[in-house]
Design a protein around this ligand. Structure first.
Ligand code: NAD
Ligand code: ZN
Ligand code: ZN
Length: 345
């Protein structure tokens, strides 16, 4: 079968590999779509990556092709989504429903195994998955639904963790309207009563934001802080979601969050967040709570699938044949993908 692999740091290639053999608790999924996340771009450019010849793709949907001997609850042909976080399911965080911070397989700074970022992922014709990491998609179109595994899941988690600040009269700021951000906007619009301000460096992405629930769109220039403060009576936004994580967006977030606000860092752009206790120039107002948000829980995943099934959110998908995967990477890096690129084998 064909698979798009990270061959070595900086090098990706579509190549011929064997169809995976499944164990008794696994399912062979015939891939329908594999979303391309900006994290894949970070991984491609990482100076070191410990796993050579790894099939990328951590947003995968497809149809059940073959079931291991002990697998129940699925039948051949079922449409499924592959849950991102392959957590242990039995550690204390897992049984508390915080499987995205599973202790057994991640430790303090690592993360639990995620397909396409360790085990082989879904940018291939077939993928093997333990049955317990599959979520039924029902009638959802799997190609459209593939990005729900991360571009849906991750904003859902960040928003669920800030929900207590998103009541009537509140303001939420979404920094970046890319794959994650354009779904985040829709989740906010569908599930909260916050007024939503979208910020991006690209005019084209700001147009997309208007279609997906933003009440106000702002260019991420030097005026953005002033504008957001003006729009909130000088108080700041009750929740700020940074889906970029470069220095300018971290600074924008810290200078616009309201007292007691929920500051959610999701983007992994390499910027730095600093905190100065009692410093004269400290930008953080009192009471701000900061989260370095990672992926989402199984509950977040179910919720986001449910919102899509109800037609309350949808991913703007631009498809590419798997063989054109390298073009999709180039387009994403150049900012030419509105919404999410999905590779179709
Ligand atoms: P994307 O490429 O689809 O979108 C990025 C968006 O950021 C684009 O709309 C771009 O115009 C905008 N942008 C770039 N620089 C900007 C700036 N200075 N100011 C405002 N907007 C700017 O990316 P994505 O797939 O949505 O991923 C976003 C980030 O989130 C990446 O860093 C990715 O690695 C990270 N990520 C983190 C998690 C997590 O669990 N924490 C999960 C998935 C992705
Ligand atoms: Zn991702
Ligand atoms: Zn665990």
């Amino acid at each position: 079968m064909r698979a798009l692999q990270l061959v070595s740091p900086g090098k990706i290639e579509v190549r011929e590999v064997d169809v995976p053999e499944i164990a008794s608790d696994e399912v062979l999924v015939k891939v329908a779509g594999a979303g391309l996340c900006h994290s894949d771009v970070h991984v491609l450019h990482a100076p070191e990556w410990p796993i050579p010849n790894m099939t990328l793709g951590h947003e995968t949907s497809g149809h059940v092709e073959k079931l291991g001997d002990t697998v129940t609850g699925f039948a051949k042909g079922d449409a499924v989504l592959v849950y991102l976080i392959w957590a242990c399911g039995v550690c204390r965080p897992c049984i508390e429903g915080r499987d995205n911070v599973c202790v057994n397989q991640g430790g303090r700074y690592a993360y639990p195994p995620c397909p396409g970022l360790g085990p082989n992922g879904g940018m291939a014709e077939y993928m093997k998955v333990k049955a317990r990491y599959l979520e039924p998609l029902g009638d959802l179109d799997p190609v459209q639904a593939a990005p729900l595994a991360d571009a849906g899941l991750t904003p859902m988690h960040a928003i669920n963790g800030a929900r207590h600040r998103l009541g009537p009269g509140s303001t939420a700021v979404v920094i970046a309207v890319g794959g994650l951000g354009h779904v985040g906007l829709q989740i906010l619009a569908a599930t909260t009563s916050a007024r939503i301000i979208a910020v991006d460096s690209s005019e084209q992405k700001l147009e997309l934001a208007k279609e997906h629930g933003a009440d106000l769109v702002l260019k991420s220039d030097e005026m953005a802080v002033k504008r957001i403060l003006e729009e909130t009576g000088g108080y700041g936004a009750d929740a700020v979601f940074d889906f970029v994580g470069v220095q300018p967006t971290i600074d924008l977030a810290t200078h616009t969050i309201a007292p007691d606000g929920a500051l959610r860092f999701v983007g992994l752009g390499g910027g730095k967040f600093t905190y100065e206790a009692n410093g004269a120039a400290e930008p953080l107002p009192w009471g701000v709570d900061v989260r370095r948000s990672f992926g989402g829980t199984r509950t977040d995943q179910r919720q986001v699938i449910s919102l899509a099934q109800q037609g309350k959110i949808s991913v703007e998908v631009q498809t590419y044949p798997l063989v054109d995967g390298l073009k999709a990477f180039a387009d994403l890096e150049a900012g030419r993908v509105p919404g999410r690129a999905v590779l179709v084998p």
